[in-house]
Design a protein. Structure first.
Length: 221
């Protein structure tokens, strides 16, 4: 029967070469040399193996870079952008996060597709929140694109839809089901709620997740 740690490449201490009696499941001191040995893998080699502290730190750095790249690609996928586009911006001297923002900003300002513009601005707001930067104006632009798209489709009135009651703050909850003429909503912009206390990734309040839906209450009247 395969043991939980049988996948370890070897059980030799990376410092002194001494063998462990049992495969370590997590970091522990080598009984021979006393150095702390770590059990890690890397994105390039998923087999767990024993590492020095320096190698373990490098493995953590590689995993952080890998997960950041996967997040970036996931954010770009709805816009038909690929890793090639991301690498092109990085080659120009941008960091990974800046390259992602440049590409999303390009979509937000250059495409005529209001739905894609809305998603690009919302993705930019998420990026800003993760980095602790201001995101309110980006959320506002996303909502404006949503309203303009509704108007373009002939919607005349919209209703405010809040997130689930357990997630909506009291300020947003007070707006639930409020109905407005589309032009009033565009001019007054009650969303994103300016007094929202909700958070998403950072501790900065105001990441309002309320949205609009077409008002169908008088349909056929």
């Amino acid at each position: 029967m395969t043991t939980p740690h049988a996948a370890l490449a070897n059980i030799a201490c990376p410092y002194c070469g001494g063998q462990f009696a049992q495969p370590p499941g997590r970091k522990r001191k080598c009984p021979r040399c006393g150095n702390t040995v770590f059990v890690k893998s890397t994105p390039q080699n998923r087999t767990k193996r024993l590492m020095t502290e320096g190698d373990a730190n490098e493995a953590e750095r590689q995993w952080a870079a890998y997960h950041l790249r996967q997040e970036s690609l996931q954010a770009l996928q709805p816009f038909g952008l690929t890793e090639t586009d991301l690498k092109r911006e990085i080659a120009l001297g941008h960091t990974e996060r800046d390259a992602l923002s440049v590409l999303l900003q390009r979509v937000a300002t250059e495409t005529s597709n209001l739905h894609l513009r809305k998603m690009a601005y919302y993705s930019l707001a998420i990026c800003a929140d993760k980095e602790g930067r201001p995101f309110s104006e980006l959320l506002r632009q996303a909502v404006r694109c949503q309203l303009l798209r509704f108007k373009q489709s002939g919607v005349r009135r919209v209703a405010i839809l809040t997130s689930a009651p357990s997630r909506a703050c009291s300020e947003c909850g007070a707006l639930a089901n409020r109905v407005l003429d589309i032009d009033v909503a565009i001019n007054l912009m009650p969303l994103p709620c300016p007094t929202c206390t909700g958070t998403l990734f950072s501790e900065n309040p105001g990441f309002c997740r309320c949205s609009y839906v077409p008002d169908l209450s008088n349909l056929g009247a």
